[in-house]
Design a protein around this ligand. Structure first.
Ligand SMILES: [Mg+2]
Length: 268
C-alpha cells in the first residue's frame, strides 16, 4: 500500500516521520500513560498528564487514522485525566476494559474475578506494611512500593503467594507488582488486534508490560512487509535500560514525548 518504501531498522527519525505522514490515513499511535504521558508520582492517584499532552494528542488524532492510550489504569481513571479528548480511544487494565461509544466494555471472562480482587485489596491493606500503597482497580490490584523500596522483596513474595493460592497472574513494573485475573489479555494482544488493518503504528512505553506491545509491532512487520512499526521507549531509572534496548528510539521524559510529537506534527 505504501508509496514510499518502508524504512529499515535501526531507524532514521526523519524517514520514520516521512513514511508516517505519507501513510497517515492508515497510521495508529498507541501510548502508555504512566511514565510516558505523565511523570510518575509517589501517589499513583496524584498523577496528571504533562500539561501539553491533551492538546498534542488531539492534534495527532486529527491527522492520523487513530490515537489510543493503552494503560494498566482503569478506563474510569483515564477518562478523569482526558475528559476533553473526544477522538482518543482508551484501553484500560491492559485491555480488559475498552472505552467504546461512550461506555466501558469489560472483557466478560474477567468479570467473575471482581469479588476476588476486592477481597485481595482488603487483605493487602491488612497484611502488607503500611508504606506499601494498595491501588484497587476493580479487576486488578497494584501494590506500589515506590515510597518503601526496602519492602520490594516482601511485596513480591506476598504477591506470588496470593497469585498461587487465588489463581491470579502477576505483572511486575516500576516499583510495583500487580495481581491480575488469569485472563489472556495484555498490551501485546491489544496491539496485535489494533494493527490488524494498519499500515503503520507507533507505540510509546516505559515499562516491562510495554515490551509485549513492541514485540507485537515486530511480529506484524515480520508477516507484512509493507507494515511499519516504531517502538519508542521513555527513559526512567528503574526499567529504562531494558525497555530502551527493546525500542527503536528512546525519549528522555513525558515532556520530551510532547516535544517529539509537536515536531513530528509539522510533517503532516
Ligand atoms: Mg508506564
Amino acid at each position: 500500500m505504501a508509496q514510499t518504501p518502508r524504512p529499515t531498522h535501526p531507524l532514521s527519525i526523519d524517514e520514520a516521520w516521512a513514511f508516517t505522514a505519507a501513510n497517515a490515513a492508515a497510521t495508529t499511535f498507541f501510548f502508555d500513560f504512566d511514565g510516558v504521558l505523565s511523570p510518575v508520582t509517589d501517589d499513583p492517584d496524584a498523577s496528571q498528564p504533562a500539561p501539553a499532552v491533551p492538546g498534542v494528542l488531539e492534534r495527532l488524532a486529527e491527522v492520523v487514522q487513530r490515537v489510543a492510550i493503552v494503560s494498566a489504569r482503569p478506563v474510569s481513571f483515564l477518562r478523569s485525566r482526558f475528559s476533553s479528548l473526544e477522538r482518543v480511544d482508551l484501553y484500560g487494565l491492559y485491555g480488559l476494559e475498552v472505552w467504546h461509544e461512550g461506555e466501558v466494555v469489560t472483557e466478560p471472562a474477567a468479570l467473575p474475578w471482581v469479588p476476588a480482587m476486592a477481597d485481595l485489596a482488603e487483605r493487602a491493606k491488612a497484611e502488607l506494611p503500611a508504606p506499601v500503597l494498595v491501588e484497587y482497580k476493580r479487576l486488578s490490584v497494584a501494590l506500589h512500593y515506590r515510597t518503601a523500596p526496602q519492602e520490594a522483596l516482601a511485596v513480591e513474595r506476598w504477591a506470588h503467594e496470593q497469585a498461587e493460592s487465588v489463581g491470579l497472574r502477576t505483572q511486575a513494573g516500576r516499583m510495583v507488582v500487580e495481581l491480575k485475573p488469569p485472563v489472556d489479555q495484555d498490551k501485546g494482544m491489544v496491539i496485535t488486534e489494533g494493527v490488524r488493518d494498519a499500515g503503520c503504528a507507533w507505540y510509546f512505553g516505559d515499562d516491562m508490560s510495554d515490551i509485549k506491545a513492541f514485540d507485537a509491532l515486530r511480529a506484524r512487520e515480520a508477516v507484512d512487509p509493507s507494515f511499519f512499526g516504531v517502538a519508542v521507549a521513555v527513559a526512567n531509572p528503574e526499567t529504562g535500560a531494558e525497555v530502551s534496548s527493546a525500542a527503536d528510539l528512546t525519549l528522555e521524559s513525558p515532556e520530551a514525548v510532547v516535544q517529539f510529537l509537536t515536531a513530528g506534527l509539522t510533517r503532516f
